[in-house]
Design a protein around this ligand. Structure first.
Ligand SMILES: [Zn+2]
Ligand SMILES: [Zn+2]
Length: 80
């Protein structure tokens, strides 16, 4: 039995599976929530079970974060 993709809801087959954040994703569906950059197991940052890119979380993202993430959430510097 194959799991469903956390992004698109379609079945994920083993060849295209990414197991991250307690969910399964198609490789193509595992991208940054904000900028849509493709991610992999080595460069993603998880936050509230969603993947974000390093660039977004570590660099110049103050405006970015305020703009895209609802207020009241932790600042990215507190992640990990
Ligand atoms: Zn998918
Ligand atoms: Zn990003």
């Amino acid at each position: 039995m194959n799991p469903q993709c956390a992004r698109c809801g379609k079945v994920v087959y083993p060849t295209e599976k990414v197991n991250c954040l307690d969910k399964y994703w198609h490789k193509g569906c595992f991208h940054c929530e904000v900028c849509k950059m493709a991610l992999n197991m080595n460069n993603y940052k998880g936050y509230e079970k969603k993947p974000y890119c390093n660039a977004l979380l570590l660099e110049g993202l103050e405006g970015y974060w305020d703009q895209y993430v609802p207020s009241g959430l932790m600042q990215p510097s507190l992640l990990e």
